[in-house]
Design a protein around this ligand. Structure first.
Ligand SMILES: C[S@@+](CC[C@H](N)C(=O)[O-])C[C@H]1O[C@@H](n2cnc3c(N)ncnc32)[C@H](O)[C@@H]1O
Length: 166
């Protein structure tokens, strides 16, 4: 997918990349599309989950439900790229999703969130419409803030929020 291709470029720059998708096919297509070899192993503590790790070692994709992950299993991150994730989450699960993501963030880390802009009266989703007020209530109260005057940025039907943990 688009975000994983970009993640691949970050990996080329030396960053360690961790991703998750419940679809094994999506993860395997990523490795095939990028021409990367990988190995598979089970994930201790998550029944049925698999870890697909690039042979180069710095791309690690978990095949499981994101809700099965925790910082004890995957560690904490200094950057998150959320595209097609929060907007795909069932709206009633947003608080659970946001608190999980916050628990996976290091202090002074960045969270790039991409949402979609449309009239929710005309389209019910998914992808679901997440108003800015909800982004603020999900992430703003705990530890995230958006640099003033910087974000959200609107581009076509996408809205980007750059959230920073404090
Ligand atoms: C809209 S797609 C976005 C994929 C990718 N982030 C992109 O931007 O191209 C949503 C993805 O979430 C995955 N997904 C849905 N529920 C999930 C869950 N509970 N845990 C992990 N992945 C999940 C789906 O398999 C699907 O690949």
């Amino acid at each position: 997918t688009w975000d994983l291709s970009a993640a691949c470029r970050l990996a080329d720059l030396g960053h360690s990349i961790v991703g998750v998708d419940i679809s094994e096919q999506a993860l395997k297509e990523f490795f095939a599309d990028q021409g990367l070899s990988y190995c598979e192993e089970p994930v201790p503590g998550i029944a049925g989950a698999k870890k697909l790790q690039s042979t180069s070692g710095n791309i690690c994709l978990y095949c499981c439900s994101i809700y099965d992950l925790s910082s004890e299993i995957v560690g904490k991150f200094d950057g998150v790229w959320d595209r097609g994730a929060l907007v795909a989450v069932n709206p009633c699960d947003r608080p659970r999703y946001a608190s999980l993501m916050i628990s996976l963030m290091e202090k002074n880390s960045s969270y790039l969130l991409v949402t979609v802009l449309y009239d929710p009266n005309k389209h019910k989703g998914p992808p679901f419409y997440v108003p800015e007020s909800e982004v603020k209530s999900l992430f703003g109260k705990s530890c995230f803030s958006s640099p003033p005057g910087c974000f959200p940025k609107h581009k076509n039907r996408f809205v980007c929020f750059c959230l920073c943990s404090e």
